[in-house]
Design a protein. Structure first.
Length: 161
């Protein structure tokens, strides 16, 4: 039996700002934390994604699901390309976070950029890594060293809207 499934992208458009959702801070923190944990895992397998658009992530059962690896590939361990895996994806993440924060600024209940979240940090780190040709587990490092991503003990970090 051959089963063929087709997936079609959909877009929702709102004519007014009434449809915009101002997301609570703990859910934003949870979203980025899960995203970084996902990327850290993928990088640990030697996979470079190279296409980290927000619409390439889904929320399923309260957890981030990553898909669309069309531009992704596995690099040979020890190669220069393997060392650069984090660099390109981290640069993309810096841009994605900037886009997200900008989109929230128009809302009256928008999330302020906390002083502990330095949006330039991601891009600065990626530049340093390119110069040194070393790729530390950047996503894990950010989670461990940036207070913004700390999850309180009673927060299950589930993204249920």
């Amino acid at each position: 039996i051959d089963v063929t499934e087709r997936v079609y992208p959909t877009v929702e458009h709102y004519n007014s700002r009434d449809g915009l959702l101002a997301v609570p801070v703990h859910k934003v923190r949870c979203f980025w934390r899960q995203l970084f944990e996902t990327m850290s895992y993928v990088h640990s397998k030697g996979v470079a994604i190279r296409d980290t658009k927000l619409w390439n992530f889904m929320v399923q059962d309260g957890k981030i699901v990553l898909f669309d690896f069309n531009l992704g590939h596995i690099a040979d361990v020890g190669s220069r390309e393997y060392e650069q895996i984090h660099v390109e994806d981290v640069q993309h993440f810096g841009k994605r976070i900037r886009e997200y924060v900008k989109s929230q600024r128009g809302n009256t209940t928008a999330i302020e950029q906390p002083s502990s979240l330095n949006l330039d940090l991601l891009e600065d780190l990626s530049q340093i890594m390119m110069i040194d040709n070393k790729a530390p587990p950047t996503m894990t490092w950010l989670l461990e060293n940036n207070k913004y991503f700390l999850i309180e003990g009673d927060d299950e970090c589930l993204l249920q809207w």
